[in-house]
Design a protein around this ligand. Sequence first.
Ligand code: 3UK
Length: 524
Amino acid sequence: MAITTEREVSAASIPDQFNVATYFVDRNVDEGRGDNVAIEYREERITYRQVLENVNRFGNALKHILGVRIEERVLLLLLDCPEYAYAFFGAIKIGAVPIPTSTLFKPADYEYILNDSRARVAVISEALLPQLQAIPHENLRYLRDVVVVGNAPPGTHSFEKLRTASEASLNPEPTSKDDSAFWLYSSGSTGAPKGCVHLHKDMLVCTEQYARGVLQITEADRCYSVAKLFFAYGLGNGLYFPFGVGATTVLFPGPPTPQNVFEIVSTHKPTLFFSVPTNYAMLLANETPCDFSSVRWGVSAGEALPPAVFERFQKRFGVTILDGIGSTEILHIFLSNQPGAIRPGSSGKPVDGYEMQIVDDDGQPVRQGEIGNLLVKGNSTCAMYWNKHDRTRDTIQGHWIRTGDKYSQDADGFYWYAGRGDDMLKVGGIWVSPVEVENALIEHAAVLEAGVVGREDQDRLVKPLAYVVCAAGYSGSPELARELQDFVRGKLADYKRPRWVEFVGELPKTGTGKTQRFKLRQQP
Ligand code: 3UK
């Protein structure tokens, strides 16, 4: 079942000494694209020459003012903005390791990630600073410097002051192509996120194999990603894909409400539009007219795109959406609908450069049409989960990685998503661990036990549903249901809250007392 690939970027084709910041930033200037607009941010237009200068300045600031050394981690807790590019590539250029982090998390999540990664510096948007300030200082063992984009309060550094105080030229650290370049945290099934360690070569592989191979991106493209840069999906769409070819990215710091998205599409006229199924459904539910005629392709990932959403979007906006599956571990999309090979409801066919296998639980290939576990081989897979050796060995097996997804392949070679092999949920394209939501619910006095599963909403997109067993002296009511939703919202990121709460007398259990979520899923 192995597929021969023409576009594979083999590890051998990349020089041993390779700093990926020079590939995505300096190379555009060296090859004559210095005056191309790299970033459109509201009224600002920033060229590649200016990006290079700012990357160099901020890299110098990290190195010479804050004393950051090779291999040290730098947490990025930023809304989408030009400084994202300067901080991300500036850190990589000095051999340090940026960690783009979700802006939707709560202080406890940041405390975990800061300590697990041992980041010495955090670069943070002013609006997110309260999330960091809510962590007791003594709990942060490794964090030394906080750099604020925006107004920097006492005890922090101003991004702008650091940038302007530093030199505009910077020699890249002579890193290896196999050095860690950046990490991305992905949620684990028990709630603790896992740091995926990505290497210098990985972004190059995804740009060649997916952005060029499937989207045929060129320097004439204008990318707009509704998915933010902290998400592995958004980081490619909105930063390194356009930078890989000298194209333009449109960055927007605010929430992707239909009103905001329509306004950005009308004023910035993107040619490539990247979003997630929930957001496509939200745009369809809003009646404001919008001209999408600049868009060559829509892209959808994060969770499966319902065929009805594909069809309604095509009919109303004239945009064909290419659904593809990617993962934080593999960095970007490896299986996708492709120009000339689209089947709504499927995940399409392997992206050139990746190989897939569908196997049963004994590792034997299943027959065509049967459902099995999807394994993927490719050159952009992360090296490991940081400090999680057992999880690494369970997931990454030689050249192959287990995605945790169930798939079947039809007679024409299209792959069809058939659910997860674990209980994890994808909500709005972002991971939700049922265990984490259950644990939050159980902290409420009225809750004895809770079981959380996914249920499809009216658009056939999965949202969390909580089955709750009340503690003695409490009984279920719509008021208590609302109270529990608010209670979870106070503890966890907003998208994790149960959209429905159902009160039950007991939860189905195994002989050893584990909740059988598969039985809860079967309830009508
Ligand atoms: C699920 C999909 C069906 C699937 C991602 C594009 O989503 C991304 O990364 P994550 O680590 O999650 C990976 C998991 O999400 N999934 C993603 N896309 C689809 N399921 N159809 C899809 N089209 O369970 C997968 O294992 O958050 C997406 C690019 C980069 C990414 N990291």
